[in-house]
Design a binder for this molecule. Structure first.
Ligand code: F6P
Length: 324
């Protein structure tokens, strides 16, 4: 391996820059050249690449988003798109790739690396924490902190006005953010995509809160919950709680931004370093991840095929008890 291409793909997450920095600096330290690829797989197809050196990643560890930009690329899903991408990658002299992103990024890497026999290592970067092969994804901790800050602020006004708030959080089909932020923010109920909570059950939980004279109640609704979003849930529950003024708050994309937490910076740095070292050792078509405190790798095929539930059942139980 003489030149490593680095890119970010899919939804951005806080800490991606720290991972880019770590991969670039590790590669340079090991005497390799580095090419930055803009806009993920799209940049490969469009030949949007540039040479990176150590100063090109200065002062980015604290920045949210990704200096390499990102995209969700439909063209890369086609054989023709990937052929174009490979031509450009080859012409740039890139003989190994580090991909930072989520599920779609991993799928693209698995296919591309198999089709063209190019070494690739993935780094899990998404706020959703929905990837197999790792306990934690880069950006998840920061997103949780952002959500908790928002819930705390909502609690202040909710308590002052006797309000019942429905707060919708991101996570796609995963309830990780909802569960963790719900516990940390003291939510009265949490609706998770992994648990089919019926509206009647939610009404029961909130009735208990109302009966114990709570001055405010906050329900966290994961965007992937089967009952629909926070707006729909609020509509169906509202009339049962006329002592409370009902409000809805959809946190949206603010959950994706901001300076990465210390935990995300360190995780991203470890993963970036490890991904390059693994490539240089001959590992490929795999993702780095963290298990407990150890950095590990998992073949992409395995990471993509498993559908293991990431929700911690103890936390689900604890959340219920804490809400009484
Ligand atoms: O995967 C990260 C994520 O923020 C999800 O939580 C959310 O469902 C989705 O991306 C939103 O995608 P977009 O930024 O394309 O609207």
């Amino acid at each position: 391996i003489t030149r490593i291409g680095v890119f970010t793909s899919g939804g951005d997450s806080p800490g991606m820059n720290a991972a880019i920095r770590a991969a670039v600096r590790t590669a340079i330290y090991k005497g390799k050249k580095v090419t930055g690829i803009y806009h993920g797989y799209q940049g490969m197809i469009d030949n949007s690449m540039f040479d990176m050196d150590s100063p090109s990643v200065s002062s980015i560890i604290q920045q949210g988003g990704t200096i390499l930009k990102t995209a969700r690329c439909m063209e890369f899903k086609t054989v023709e798109g990937r052929a174009k991408a490979y031509e450009n990658v080859k012409a740039a002299g890139i003989d190994a790739l580090v991909a930072i992103g989520g599920d779609g990024t991993f799928t693209g890497a698995e296919i591309f690396s198999r089709e063209y026999d190019i070494p690739m290592m993935c780094i899990p970067g998404t706020i959703d924490n929905d990837l197999n092969g790792t306990d934690l994804t880069i950006g998840y901790d920061t997103a949780n902190n952002t959500v908790i800050e928002a819930i705390d602020k909502i609690r202040d006004t909710a308590a002052s006005h006797n309000r019942l708030f429905f707060v919708e959080v991101m996570g796609r089909d995963s309830g990780c953010i909802a569960l963790n932020a719900g516990i940390a923010g003291g939510a009265e109920a949490i609706l998770l995509p992994e648990k089919d909570t019926a509206i009647e059950e939610l009404i029961d939980m909130l009735s208990q809160g109302a009966d114990s004279n709570k001055s405010s109640m906050i329900v966290i609704v994961a965007e992937g919950d089967k009952n629909g979003g926070a707006t729909d849930v609020a509509k169906r529950v509202k009339e049962k709680f006329d002592n409370f003024d009902t409000k809805v708050s959809i946190l949206g994309h603010l959950q994706r931004g901001g300076s990465p937490s210390s935990a995300d910076r360190v995780l991203a740095t470890r993963m970036g370093y490890y991904a390059v070292n693994e490539l240089l050792k001959g590992n490929s078509r795999a993702t780095v991840g963290i298990r407990g405190s150890e950095i590990v790798t998992t073949p992409l095929e395995e990471a993509l095929s498993k559908k293991e539930l990431k929700l911690n059942e103890d936390l689900v139980e604890i959340a219920k008890i804490m809400a009484i």
